[in-house]
Design a protein around this ligand. Structure first.
Ligand SMILES: Cc1cc2nc3c(=O)[nH]c(=O)nc-3n(C[C@H](O)[C@H](O)[C@H](O)COP(=O)(O)O)c2cc1C
Length: 344
C-alpha cells in the first residue's frame, strides 16, 4: 500500500535513513538537514519539519509547510513538501510543491503516485485556486510527472518551467470536473473518515415524499472486496481500495408512485461529487450489475442485504493512477436553450 504520512517522531529511523541519503541540493530540491547526525535528527530536523507544518519556528520569509514521506508498505520511497500558501517569492519561484524520490526508486511511478496523493491533501490546505510547481528544464521526467497529474505549462524561462494544476475549491468545480473513471487505482487506502463523508453526501440527497428509499454500504475490507469482485463479470474497478454499494427499497410514495430510482440517482450523483471534491475517482456502475445475470443480487447476498432491497449500483473509490478522460459530449448549445427549445 502507498501512504503519504507527515513527518513524525515515531518513524524517525526510517525518516533519517531517507533524509541522510538525500543530497543538500538536487535539481533544486534542497535538504537543509543534510549531514545532521542521527543523534540530533529528532531535535533538529524532525523538530523543524513538524514545527514548520504548524507555522512555528519558521525561518524569515518562509510560509507554513508540511513534510510528507511517501511510504510503499514499510519503506520510505520519497519526500513530498506542501507549502500551505503562496508569498511573492513562491508565486514567482518554487511554488507550493517540492518532492524527491529515493535514487534507487526512480522510474517506478512513485513521483506520479506521490504527487497525486499530495494534490489530494492540498485541496484541504491550500487556499489558492491553482497549485504552482516549478521544474528545471533539464529534468523532463519530473515535468512529465506534473503533466500526468493534470498540470499545464504556464511559462518558461532559461532554466525553469512553471506549471499550474487546478486545486478544486467549490461545488461547481466538482460538478464540472467529474468524469467517469474506469482505469487503475493507486494502492493507497481511502480513510474511513472520507468514506463516511461520501456516504453522508448520499444520505443528504432529496427523496420523493421523504421516503428515504436509499441505503449505503462502504466496503474497504480487502477480503470482502475480493469476494465481491469475484462475482462482477466482466471485471471493473478491481484495483480500487474501496467501494460504496447503493441499495434501494421500492417504497410507494403515494397512490402507485414510487420514486426509488430518482432517490438513488440523486444520492449517487451527490456521492460522485463528494468523491470528486475529496480528490478521488469513481464511476457510476449500474448497467453492469443490473442485467439478467443479476450480479447486483449476488453482491447483495454477500453483504447480507435483505431480499426486499436491491443493490442497484456500486461506486469504486480510490485515487486514479492514470489520466482521466471522459467521452465526447454534444455541444452545450445543442442541449441547453433560453426561452424555448431550439434543438433538433
Ligand atoms: C444510470 C447509469 C448507469 C451507468 N452504468 C454504468 C456501468 O454499468 N458501467 C460503466 O462503466 N459506466 C456506467 N455509467 C457511466 C456512464 O457510462 C457515463 O456517465 C457516461 O458515459 C458519461 O461519461 P461521464 O460520466 O464521464 O460524464 C452509468 C451511468 C449512469 C447514469
Amino acid at each position: 500500500m502507498l501512504i503519504l504520512k507527515s513527518a513524525n517522531l515515531a518513524d524517525a529511523d526510517a525518516e533519517y535513513a531517507f533524509m541522510s541519503a538525500l543530497p543538500a541540493d538536487e535539481n533544486g530540491f534542497t535538504n537543509p538537514w543534510h549531514g545532521t547526525p542521527r543523534g540530533e535528527f529528532e531535535q533538529i530536523a524532525l523538530r523543524d519539519m513538524i514545527a514548520w507544518s504548524k507555522g512555528e519556528l519558521l525561518p524569515p520569509g518562509y510560509v507554513p509547510e508540511t513534510f510528507y514521506f511517501l511510504w510503499d508498505d514499510d519503506r520510505i520511497v520519497g519526500q513530498f513538501r506542501l507549502r500551505h500558501h503562496l508569498c511573492d517569492a513562491l508565486r514567482e519561484g518554487a511554488g507550493h510543491v517540492g518532492y524527491a524520490i529515493a535514487a534507487d526508486c526512480r522510474g517506478r511511478g512513485y513521483g506520479t503516485a506521490g504527487l497525486r496523493l499530495l494534490l489530494r491533501e492540498a485541496r484541504a490546505i491550500v487556499p489558492e485556486e491553482e497549485i504552482y510547481l516549478r521544474v528545471n528544464r533539464n529534468n523532463p521526467a519530473s515535468l512529465r510527472v506534473m503533466l500526468k497529474c493534470g498540470g499545464a505549462i504556464h511559462h518558461q524561462d532559461e532554466e525553469k518551467t512553471y506549471v499550474r494544476i487546478p486545486n478544486m475549491k467549490n461545488t461547481l468545480d466538482a460538478i464540472l470536473s467529474r468524469r467517469s473513471y474506469r482505469g487503475k487505482y493507486l494502492p493507497a487506502p481511502v480513510p474511513r473518515e472520507h468514506l463516511t463523508q461520501i456516504m453522508q453526501a448520499g444520505y443528504a440527497a432529496p427523496s420523493g415524499c421523504n421516503k428515504q428509499t436509499t441505503s449505503f454500504v462502504a466496503v474497504d475490507d480487502p477480503a470482502l472486496l475480493a469476494k465481491l469482485h469475484a462475482v462482477i463479470d466482466p471485471p471493473i474497478g478491481t484495483t480500487a481500495p474501496a467501494m460504496i454499494c447503493v441499495l434501494t427499497r421500492r417504497i410507494i410514495a403515494y397512490r402507485d408512485r414510487c420514486y426509488s430510482v430518482q432517490d438513488y440517482s440523486a444520492a449517487i450523483e451527490n456521492m460522485l461529487l463528494a468523491i470528486e471534491a475529496l480528490g478521488y475517482a469513481s464511476c457510476w456502475i449500474e448497467g453492469h450489475i443490473t442485467d439478467e445475470d443479476r450480479i447486483g443480487r449476488k453482491m447483495a447476498d454477500i453483504l447480507g442485504v435483505p431480499q426486499d432491497m436491491d443493490m442497484v449500483c456500486f461506486l469504486p473509490v480510490g485515487v486514479a493512477a492514470e489520466s482521466i478522460k471522459g467521452p465526447v459530449k454534444k455541444p452545450f448549445e445543442q442541449r441547453a436553450f433560453f426561452n424555448g427549445y431550439f434543438g433538433e
